[in-house]
Design a protein around this ligand. Structure first.
Ligand code: ADP
Length: 379
């Protein structure tokens, strides 16, 4: 078990592609951290630099008390689990699981075998030990790949989209299984995914990257409820948050679709923290509610599409050409083209500066970089 620290880490490929820029983060001993972001945002590069598979162009990476910038991959005591399993097809499961340990330790054969059997039991693949990977299902192969990492008892587990080759049901099952194992072992784990749902459900903290820049670090609840900026607000949550361009005039937010009266303190706060009166109002589909025509702060819209999903419903609405989505549980007999009146609470809305895209309603413009409470400006 070990703490991991990135200090102002930078990676430039071919002299001009900045894959990771000035990245700082402290990961606590035993913590489960997920790095999430769209394709090309620098997630794998971060993980590969930590594993020692990629040189760093600037900054410092530490594992425990040791700066590992110049420590070769095999001496870093990390174990990586990949998306494509990377199992040796000609070796049995037992050999696949013991191979790394044989190479990197002087443990006697009997002890290695014992560890392999113990981990195989933990992973539910004890009956598969004498088979070759080709004879196993995708889920079993992923268990072997994970088991092979566990057997080595590393300081840190690094997982790069390990579940993305599995079907949805198995993926959900393996998520729970990985969480349970991580919890039991208490090994510091850094998990990379492009899937925001995976990040929200699995980890202690979520790190959101975009274009090689850190956008926000926080617990799943923090990044969902207090997104630091419009990018995070849009990326986290499904269906995505609705955004409306608005102008603040007095205590009124005016959009082309509606007007919304906010409290005087809210208006003051927005004015203090934004660069102009040009703002973006964000509201999550599940935070919209049906309302009476006579209520205040409503949006009147036309129903374009009603999509029932079991007990849940997605309503695709359109107000004055501005499209947005509402989500509500229950049974509804609406027809397409119906006029619908909706509202939302002030406490659920997010206000972003149109220029900086920062959330002006929360204090998360600066990101919490370490569990001990160290903070720094978002890069
Ligand atoms: P992610 O894992 O978030 O998809 P990556 O870390 O793979 O992102 O890539 C980040 C950026 O670095 C991308 O622009 C990608 O094209 C670039 N990149 C990654 N690996 C290399 C490489 N070996 N050579 C040049 N550019 C690379």
């Amino acid at each position: 078990m070990s703490q991991v620290r990135f200090s102002n880490v930078k990676k430039v490929y071919n002299d001009d592609i900045v894959a990771v820029d000035d990245f700082s983060l402290e990961i606590e001993d035993g913590e489960f951290v997920t790095i999430v972001g769209p394709s090309g945002s620098g997630k794998s590069t971060l993980l590969r630099m930590l594993a020692g598979l990629e040189e760093i162009s600037g900054g410092e990476i530490s594992i425990g008390d040791r700066v590992v910038n110049n420590v070769p991959a095999q001496d870093r005591d990390v174990a990586m689990v990949f998306q494509n399993y990377a199992l040796y097809p000609h070796m049995t499961v037992r050999k696949n699981m013991s191979y790394g340990l044989k190479l990197t330790s002087n443990l006697p054969k009997g002890e290695i075998n014992e560890r392999v059997e113990e981990v195989a039991t933990m992973m539910g693949i004890e009956d598969q030990l004498d088979k070759k990977p080709g004879a196993l299902s995708g889920g079993q192969q992923q268990r072997v790949a994970t088991g092979r990492a566990i057997v080595r008892e590393p300081e840190v587990f690094l997982m790069d989209e390990p579940l993305s080759n599995l079907d949805a049901k198995l993926r959900a099952h393996m998520r729970t299984e990985l969480q349970r194992i991580q919890d039991d072992l208490g090994t510091t784990t850094i998990y990379v995914t492009h899937d925001q749902e995976e990040a929200l459900t699995m980890s202690d903290r979520v790190v959101i990257l975009e274009g090689g820049n850190l956008q926000q670090v926080g617990t799943p609840a923090e990044v969902f409820n207090k997104p630091a900026n419009r990018f995070v607000a849009d990326f986290i949550g499904s269906p995505s948050m609705n955004f409306f361009d608005v102008t603040l005039s007095g205590t009124t937010l005016k959009s082309e679709a509606f007007t919304y009266e906010v409290g005087s303190q809210t208006a003051e706060r927005i004015r203090e923290r934004s660069t102009s009166d040009e703002l973006v109002l964000g509201i999550r589909p599940e935070h919209m509610m049906f309302a009476d025509r006579s209520s205040v702060n409503t949006v009147t819209a036309q129903l374009d599409v009603h999509e029932p999903v079991g007990d849940d419903n997605y309503f695709y609405l359109n107000s004055n050409g501005i499209e947005f989505t509402m989500r509500a549980m229950g049974d509804y007999g609406f027809e397409e083209g119906d006029e619908i009146v909706v509202t939302f609470e002030e406490t659920k809305m997010h206000i972003f500066d149109q220029t900086t895209e920062d959330n002006v309603m929360t204090d998360t413009g600066s990101t919490q970089l370490g569990p001990a409470g160290a903070t720094a400006q978002r890069t």
